[in-house]
Design a binder for this molecule. Structure first.
Ligand SMILES: [Zn+2]
Length: 385
């Protein structure tokens, strides 16, 4: 009997693991993996001002190469549960579709790589033919991501664990299973533009200096295109997300005006070169007459790309053999834990179709769960031959 990914996903959905709660999700995986012969570690990480978070690392085999499957069991809140046609933590299967929070992001993906590992091990005498399979699972991805993958990777490295390649099971496909592998992500950087003026009465503008004029000028200059893309990436973009003056008075020229922005940047920039470029644009636009500063927030979301090569070819071939589709290597979308994993080994993201992630009635067709399990198993077979 092959392992049933829909049943595993359903059991995981029934654990109410809205970050930072675990709801029994990791214990369920712990039992399932231990029964299959994995050595399972549970590690709780803490940090001031954040909830302690449980994490799991499991490995079977001692040889290299070590192929890692990574993911998170935590989910975003369900929102108004009355709006769901199936209760978000019931794991209902109706019309061959599995419903529930986390069905695609990403309890479904985890269920598929667990089922694939169980099937692969059963067919190969209980352990990988020449290497190791590991699972790296956190309960802290959807929120601040402080006590999760970033610390779990450090913990594993300190124990001497070496990772050769990683598949992160985030929902990477856009329309249909097999259309997209994520092979990198843009970086993300937040800043605030602060323009200082001089407060005064609107009727006596000569006695004041309105910072709004300067703010508008600098915003216009700063949101000009940053580049026209690169071989693996779309163009970078800088978006102003909030303009904050907070002035309730109609006849008062404010003393300060602020504007927040977020930049998604490709591999033509680093955080440092980007700060210089944006700062220079503001400076040029200011022409020595606008008093301004830019406050940058620290960012752990650097740009990275996993270049096409034997590992991307292996994954793409496995996907094409199982689904009949040639996946495209993409770098679009937001950040994920791949930004941390990339410091330890090459990482690709391949999972379910992302269309219902984070939305009401999140769901995955059972057929997709079965197909994704077959893809992961094919990847293991090719990897360990
Ligand atoms: Zn996710």
């Amino acid at each position: 009997m092959p392992a049933d990914p829909a049943a595993i996903a359903r059991d995981l959905i029934r654990c109410r693991s809205v970050t930072p709660d675990d709801g029994g999700a990791l214990s369920y995986l712990h039992d399932t993996l231990a029964k299959a012969g994995f050595t399972v570690h549970r590690i709780t990480f803490t940090a001031p001002g954040t909830a302690p978070i449980d994490n799991l690392y499991a490995r079977i085999g001692t040889a290299q190469p070590n192929l890692v499957f990574a993911g998170h069991t935590d989910v975003v809140p369900a929102g108004d549960e009355a709006k769901w046609s199936h209760a978000p933590f019931a794991g209902d299967i109706a019309g061959d579709v599995l419903y529930g929070r986390g069905a695609v992001d990403m309890k479904g993906g985890i269920a598929c790589f667990v089922a694939a590992a169980l099937d692969y091990l059963a067919a190969s005498g209980g352990k990988p033919d020449n290497g190791s399979i590991s699972l790296l699972i956190t309960g802290d991805e959807e929120s601040v991501a402080v006590n999760g993958t970033i610390k779990l990777l450090q913990w594993a490295a300190e124990r001497g664990e070496k990772f050769d390649h990683c598949i992160l099971g985030e929902p990477s496909n856009v329309n249909v299973l097999g259309d997209t592998i994520k092979a990198g992500r843009r970086g993300s950087l937040n800043g605030t533009l602060v323009v200082t003026g001089k407060q005064g009465h609107v009727a006596y503008p000569d006695r004041a200096d309105n910072p709004v004029r300067g703010l508008v000028k600098l915003i216009a200059a700063m949101q000009a295109p940053l580049d026209d893309g690169s071989a693996q990436f779309d163009p970078s973009n800088l978006e102003f997300t909030s303009i904050d003056i907070g002035n309730p008075t109609v006849n008062l020229i404010p003393g300060e005006a602020r504007a927040r922005f977020n930049i998604r940047f490709n591999d033509r920039h680093t955080q440092e070169t980007l700060k210089r470029l944006v700062g220079q644009r503001a400076q040029d636009a200011a022409e020595g007459r606008v008093r301004f500063s830019i406050e940058w927030e620290p960012s752990n979301a650097d740009v990275f790309v996993t270049k096409p090569g034997p590992f991307t070819d292996l994954a793409a071939t496995a996907i094409a053999e199982v689904t009949g589709r040639q996946p495209k290597l993409s770098t679009t979308g937001g950040t994920s834990d791949a930004r941390f994993i990339k410091d330890y080994c090459p990482v690709l993201e391949f999972g379910l179709v992302g269309q219902t992630m984070h939305s009401t009635d999140e769901c995955a067709p059972v057929a997709d769960l079965v197909t994704l399990t077959a893809v992961y198993r094919r990847i293991m077979e090719k990897y360990f031959t």
